[in-house]
Design a protein around this ligand. Structure first.
Ligand code: SF4
Ligand code: SF4
Length: 372
């Protein structure tokens, strides 16, 4: 494993972090539940190979992720890693809620403290209407003084100007987490935001390095943009590791092979690993991606459940696949969906939760027409 400086914290983190939001699942009766044995095995497989950053959050896997991680870190594994967890900002309705959630998270994780604690998914509205209103920074500082959290940060989903405002709002930020990859260089915080944060001494954690898998399973003409000696996944990850401002990237790994592959890629990573010629490939690949992109869904699942029973990320995956697999295959996949886009009643619950600010209800109407 390669290790990199984590901003001004003075700590060193592994180039690869384990994102605990896409564990392998299995059927239990009617329900789909985490395959605990495999998930714990994968977490330990990564730690045994040097991964020292575990990222979870209150809502991941419908509240099951933190508990699973806690279980995986028993038997001496806790001491080998940093735990990153996030305050569910949108659930805070009064000041005391901050401590209530933090205590619950410590209990779920079975730990005395959380190494990296983030305000989850900040945007302009959450910043104004929750963080400032309930003085959450003060509560973070109190929790730090009490030894319950060690470092203060935030994760982010909004535009560049908002990102800079949030960074400038508080001098105590030690790190942040942003969505970034070779197609999102000018989206949300983007490359300018990355450099802005790093310049201020923040560690920068990258989420969605593969854009919810869309830079892994790519259309043939996008794959053709890259020389064949590496896979599209490697090219996407190397784009990030090449940059000195990137502290680590998170991968939400779903099977043992992904863990093994990512470990192998991380072992070869370093700042400045790409040649100028290789760096020039990415803008060309982005152009190809942009012409194919229909919906910028990352499959995070925050919009779920839909009261009408629509599998929102699933339906968008089918829609996006029209650009990859051709219309006929996509139409067949759409026809097989149990609940289709026309079931949308425009309640807008999903849109309030979507960190990509996707106009989901409008798209449902478009999709109904497209597949009619
Ligand atoms: S707006 Fe439509 S897709 Fe979104 S939650 Fe409501 S019914 Fe479901
Ligand atoms: S529609 Fe938005 S909230 Fe739902 S899975 Fe896609 S990106 Fe996530």
């Amino acid at each position: 494993m390669k290790y990199r400086k984590f901003g001004k914290t003075g700590l060193e983190v592994s180039a690869l972090g384990f994102g605990c939001m896409r564990f392998p699942m299995q059927k239990k009766g009617e329900k789909n539940v985490i395959d605990r044995k495999r998930a714990i095995g994968m977490i330990r497989q990564s730690i045994d190979n040097g991964v020292n950053y575990m990222d979870t959050a209150y809502p991941y896997h419908d509240g099951e992720s933190e508990g699973l991680l806690g279980e995986a870190l028993l038997d001496g594994y806790r001491e080998k890693v940093y735990i990153a967890d996030k305050c569910p900002v949108w659930l805070i309705k009064k000041e005391e809620d901050f401590d209530t959630y933090l205590e619950e998270q410590l209990e779920r994780l079975q730990v005395e403290y959380i190494d990296f604690y983030l305000l989850h998914g900040l945007d302009r509205q959450r910043m104004e209407e929750i963080v400032k209103k309930y003085d959450l920074i003060k509560h973070m500082e109190k929790a730090k003084a009490a030894g319950k959290i060690r470092h203060i940060g935030f994760s982010f989903h909004d535009g560049l100007e908002v990102f800079k405002d949030i960074i400038d709002y508080y001098e105590g930020w030690e790190f942040c987490q942003i969505q970034y990859n070779y197609v999102d260089v000018e989206y949300q915080a983007g490359v300018e935001g990355l450099r802005y944060a790093a310049d201020k001494g923040l560690g920068v954690v990258i989420m969605e390095p593969l854009r919810g898998g869309r830079l892994a399973d790519v259309a043939p003409h996008l794959a053709d943009a890259f020389p064949k000696e590496k896979t599209p996944v490697e090219w996407a990850l190397d784009f990030l590791w090449d940059q000195p401002e990137v502290s680590l990237l998170l991968s939400g790994m779903s099977d043992e092979k992904q863990v093994a592959d990512n470990l192998k890629y991380a072992a070869f990573s370093s700042v400045g690993m790409l040649s100028e010629e290789e760096r020039e490939i990415y803008p060309k690949a982005k152009k190809i991606f942009d012409t194919m992109a229909l919906v910028r869904c990352t499959r995070c699942g925050y919009c779920m459940p839909c009261p009408s029973g629509i599998d929102i990320p699933g339906i968008f995956a089918v829609y996006n696949s029209t650009a990859v697999s051709g219309d006929e295959k996509a139409k067949k996949a759409y026809a097989e969906l149990e609940t289709k886009a026309d079931a949308c009643v425009k309640c807008l619950r999903c849109e309030k939760a979507c960190p990509q600010h996707i106009g989901i209800s409008t798209l449902m109407a478009e999709l109904t027409e497209t597949f009619a």
